[in-house]
Each structure stands twice: as C-alpha cells, then as structure tokens.
Design a protein around this ligand. Structure first.
Ligand code: C2E
Ligand code: MG
Ligand code: MG
Ligand code: MG
Length: 282
C-alpha cells in the first residue's frame, strides 16, 4: 500500500504503469457514474471546544460507497476528480448535502466543507455557494469553507477577490493543513481567513520535544494576532490534548475525540450532549 504516494493519487501500488493508468481511467468513469447513482456520502467529524468540551461543529468528509470496491476514502478519488474536472459537480454535491444536514440538525454549529483549489478557482464558485445556501436554507454563518494554502499562491489577486466575495456571503473561511504549504506570514495577513487549522504533522510531534510545543504555541499566538481562531487536527492522545489546551488552541478534531461518523451516528452524538473533555479525563 502506497499510502504516502501523495499528489492525490490512489492508494494501491501497481508496479505496472499501464495497469495504474487503466485503474485511474476506470476510476474516473466510475466516479462520473457515482454522482448519478448517488454513491457518495458524507461522514462528519466533531470539532470540540477545548475549554467547554462541547461539540461546536463538524467537518464533512466525503466517502464513496463503490459497488465492488467498498467504502473508498477521498485520498483515492479526489485527485482523479480534480484532474477530470469532476470535482466541480462533486464539490457542489458535497456542499449541498452538508448544508442539508446542518439545516436538519438545526443547531448553531459550524459545518466545515473542504473546497479544493480547482473548485475554488472555478469562476462561479461564489454564485455556486450562494445558490446552495439559498436552496437549502442554510444560514451562511453556520458554514465554513476549508481551503489549503495553495489558494494563496496561484493567481493571488484573482483568488483574493474570490475570497473577499465569499466572505461577503457571510460564510467563514478556514485555512486547512496550515504549515504544510508555502504560505508566507504576509499572505496570512492579507487574506481575511477566520480559522487556522494546525496540520496534523505538528500535532503528531507534540510531547516528543519541547521545541514542538513552542512551535504550536507560536502558531496559536500568530493566529490570535491576525484575529483567527485555531483548530488542531488529528489529536490522537491525552498528551496532545493537554499541550494544545495549554497553548491556547480553541478547538480540536481527532480520533481521540471522535472518528468521522456516518450521519446517523453524528446525530446520536448530538442528542447525547456528551462532554468530550470530562470523558477523556475520567
Ligand atoms: P483534511 O481536510 O485535512 O481532513 C482531515 C483528515 O484527517 C480526514 O481524512 C480525517 O478523517 C483525518 N483525521 C481526523 N482525525 C484524525 C486523527 O486523529 N488521526 C489521523 N491519522 N487522521 C485523522 P479523510 O476523511 O480521509 O480526508 C482526507 C482529505 O481528503 C481531507 O483532508 C481533504 O483534503 C480531502 N477531502 C475530504 N473530503 C473532501 C471533500 O468533500 N472535498 C474535497 N475537495 N476534499 C475532501
Ligand atoms: Mg479539511
Ligand atoms: Mg486538514
Ligand atoms: Mg488535507
């Protein structure tokens, strides 16, 4: 399994390039059908407030219920969707479904939806978001669009204009996977993002070296300086939780708190009104 192959590829390793290409083409054909056949679904990962222990939102994460391959994770098909342009209709489906779910829950929670660069750079992205908000009756302030640092790098002026027009709809914007790209601090200042998501790679190292703790503290302080709130990604243990609380990080997601859940399980969790921090600390 070539899980770290990167580039948004698929996870199965094929020594034969021809097979690999064939598989990719199959996947593209299947993906087009998947949209028509309603084979996509969303899982929702809770975003937990590190002070109160309450759920303050969810991140919607797409999965593909493939007729023969089973549940396919996004790493195996988002890259193909981007390369073929299918990401545009796929992304619209994801946004609509996430908004529909949020409206059904009818709580003041933040629903975070990933937007890929390709989707973001589509000329109609603002109109598309506006349409979906209107169609679903989603209050814009409940929606958070997550994008990676790469949107700050290409076509900077056009992308800044898109960000400004998206902000004007009243939605929140988050910088996903912060620290993995090449964004300079100047960009962070220039782009009006509301939330900074600290990449899992920083969280992973917490507890090993004091320097890593200092790094996370610095990122949190920097975000605060720019008026952004912080989300830590990929919390897997208690040590990380404690250190992130100590660093003043606002909220967190991670397997320690909850894995991404099917809609029914996420709904059940909301009904429970569980306090995640109390459970974790006994
Ligand atoms: P992301 O937006 O950074 O999402 C976080 C990923 O980390 C998710 O993987 C989530 O399941 C995983 N994760 C959460 N907590 C932990 C943890 O404690 N440990 C570990 N090891 N992993 C954790 P997932 O669902 O496989 O998604 C992977 C990526 O695929 C996402 O990264 C995002 O870039 C992309 N993606 C997912 N859904 C969509 C979508 O609807 N549209 C687009 N454009 N991209 C999507
Ligand atoms: Mg994300
Ligand atoms: Mg991320
Ligand atoms: Mg990512």
């Amino acid at each position: 399994r070539a899980k770290d192959a990167g580039g948004g590829g698929y996870a199965t390793y094929h020594p034969d390039m021809h097979d690999a290409l064939a598989r990719r083409l199959d996947l593209a054909t299947d993906l087009r059908l998947a949209l028509e056949r309603d084979e996509l679904l969303l899982h929702y990962q809770p975003n937990v407030d590190l002070t109160s222990g309450e759920i303050v939102g969810f991140e919607a994460l797409v999965r593909w219920q493939h007729p023969t391959r089973g549940l396919v994770p996004p790493i195996e098909f988002i890259g193909v969707a981007e390369a073929t342009g299918l990401i545009v209709p796929l992304g619209r489906w994801v946004l609509r479904e996430a908004c529909r779910q949020a409206v059904e829950w009818n709580r003041p929670l933040k629903m975070a939806v990933n937007v890929s660069v390709r989707q973001f750079e589509d000329d109609d992205v603002t109109a598309m978001v506006q349409e979906v908000l209107a169609e679903t009756g989603m209050p814009p302030q409940w929606l958070c669009l997550e994008m990676t640092e790469s949107v700050l790098l290409t076509d900077t002026d056009d992308n800044l204009a898109r960000i400004v027009s998206l902000k004007a709809l009243g939605v929140m914007l988050a910088m996903d996977d912060f620290g993995t790209g090449y964004s300079s601090l100047a960009y962070l200042r220039r782009f009006p993002m509301d939330i900074l998501k600290i990449d899992r790679s920083f969280v992973d190292r917490l507890g090993a070296e004091r320097e890593d703790e200092a790094l996370v503290r610095t990122i949190v302080r920097l975000a605060q300086r720019f008026g952004m709130s912080t989300v830590a990604e990929g919390i897997e243990n208690e040590t990380q939780l404690t250190l992130l609380q100590g660093a003043g990080c606002d909220t967190a997601q991670g397997y320690l708190l909850s894995r991404p859940l099917p809609a029914a399980a996420a709904t059940a969790l909301l009904t429970e009104e569980r306090n995640f921090l109390k459970i974790k600390t006994g």
